[in-house]
Design a protein around this ligand. Structure first.
Ligand code: GLN
Ligand code: MG
Ligand code: MG
Ligand code: MG
Length: 431
């Protein structure tokens, strides 16, 4: 039986939900919400939510601004961190009667349908890293490291985040203190990429709210502190056919796994502006901090861009380490799936896996030096031509403006190894 929006409304009403937050995803992958009391929301579950598309980057222009967002009945999260009074309901925007190509959820849905038509299902899970900080410029409340017992300063925040993770319907997860002081990681469970992307937005929203209750800020900026590890969003990918994981094997990677790696490495430079989309992202992609700089892959190699997890020789997925949590996950997953599909269809054989620490390898391609360069590669690359052209145009527009705003104030050659006030202003609490 197909669940309709109105069925969801009845369940929410019955559960005592007081407000509905209708979520429209913007081009940065951030949630924008229209908030309605539950009774008023009933009609919106049937007819959709009307809104001003010209005020959400970058749906439209002011002369063509009336859009309708229809609810996705399979994407509903009841807020647990504020007493369960509100429900977040994701939407898809229509342009006339067709899905708007400027809605990132629509962009990803179309790419997943394309994969499905060719008989493939991609499943994606993500490790999201973040810092718990205070103030701007941010201060670190504690100095613990990898797998340390969290000191009191961050422990209460992290435990409350974990409690709410399950309660908000984000699934089961685990957490640990990461390498850098006051840095943590959480695992967004693997599954349908659209759901994983929704979960990332909900996770960030929840984690921010919980930290704020304790007087802290949770930041997802990729490199808040120079000289320490940054925060990645390692993206774990498996490809399935007829219910079977094509990447499952022992010791030797499968042919399909290698083709997907081939597709991702071939496109990695031109999708960098999508998976690492901020000025600050490129300060993370530097040697010796467990983030990739060389476009290579390896088994169990955390300095490579793609690592094949290889615990006891058992293989079931690949880990793409290039993305960071400032990405728009819908767009990033769309790009990754397109790159993987290209690898499968064109049987792209990757170069041999590397065993060495990759940072010093000579004669291999490197990640772009900064956002400006990454945007040029994106413009010239194949994946940008396979995504809806209106979306790509809008994305390049906002991202070029972001780069220009930085470049007008700072010279990259002089600031690549320092975190500027502009970045804190721009990213600390927003990405
Ligand atoms: N923080 C590292 C990054 O930026 C990853 C560290 C780890 O998970 N081992 O990608
Ligand atoms: Mg991890
Ligand atoms: Mg980690
Ligand atoms: Mg990892």
């Amino acid at each position: 039986m197909q669940v309709e929006g109105i069925d969801v409304w009845r369940v929410l009403k019955g559960a005592g939900v007081k407000y509905v937050y209708f979520v429209i995803v913007d081009i940065y992958g951030r949630p924008r919400v229209d908030i309605m009391p539950i009774d008023m929301a009933k009609d919106a579950f049937i007819d959709g939510v009307p809104y001003d598309g010209s005020s959400i980057p970058a749906y439209s222009t002011v002369n063509r601004s009336d859009f309708v967002a229809v609810v996705d009945p399979s994407a509903v999260y009841v807020e647990s961190w504020n007493g369960g009074k509100a429900a977040y309901v994701f939407t898809n925007t229509l342009d006339g009667n067709a899905p708007s190509p400027l809605d990132p959820r629509n962009v990803l849905k179309q790419v997943l349908e394309r994969a499905e038509k060719r008989g493939y299902q991609f499943k994606i899970g993500v490790e999201v890293e973040y810092f718990v900080v205070r103030g701007n410029p941010p201060e670190l409340p504690e100095k613990a490291g990898y797998f340390d017992v969290p000191p009191d300063a961050t422990r209460k925040v992290v435990e409350e985040i974990m409690e709410n993770f399950a309660a908000a319907g984000l699934g089961e997860t685990k957490t640990h203190h990461e390498v850098a002081p006051s840095q943590f990681e959480v695992n967004i469970p693997y599954g349908n990429p659209l759901k994983t992307a929704d979960s990332i937005l909900m996770f960030k929203t929840m984690a921010r709210a919980v930290a704020a209750k304790h007087g802290y800020t949770v930041t997802f900026m990729p490199k808040p502190f120079w000289g320490m590890n940054g925060s990645g969003a390692h993206t774990h990918i498996s490809v399935w056919k007829d219910g079977k994981n094509l990447m499952a094997s022992v010791k030797e990677p499968t042919q399909e796994l290698k083709w997907v790696v081939g597709g991702i490495l071939n496109n990695a430079i031109s999708i960098s502006a999508i998976v690492a989309p901020t000025v600050n992202s490129y300060k993370r992609l530097v040697p010796h901090h467990e983030a990739p700089t060389r476009v290579v892959w390896g088994l169990g190699n955390r300095s490579a861009m793609v690592r094949v997890p290889y615990y006891g020789g058992k293989i079931n997925r690949i880990e793409y380490r290039h993305p960071d949590p400032s990405m728009n996950p819908y767009l990033a997953f769309a790009a990754v799936v397109l790159a993987g599909l290209e690898g499968l269809e064109n049987r792209i054989e990757p170069p041999p896996p590397v065993q060495e620490v990759a940072y010093d390898l000579q004669g291999v391609r490197e990640t772009p030096p900064n956002l400006g360069a990454a945007l040029k590669y994106m413009e010239e690359g194949k994946i940008a031509r396979e995504l809806p052209s209106d979306f790509v145009k809008a994305y390049l527009g906002v991202k070029q403006a972001e780069w220009q705003s930085y470049a007008q104030q700072y010279q990259w050659e002089k600031t690549w190894n320092t975190i500027t006030p502009w970045e804190y202003e721009q990213y600390l609490t927003t990405v």
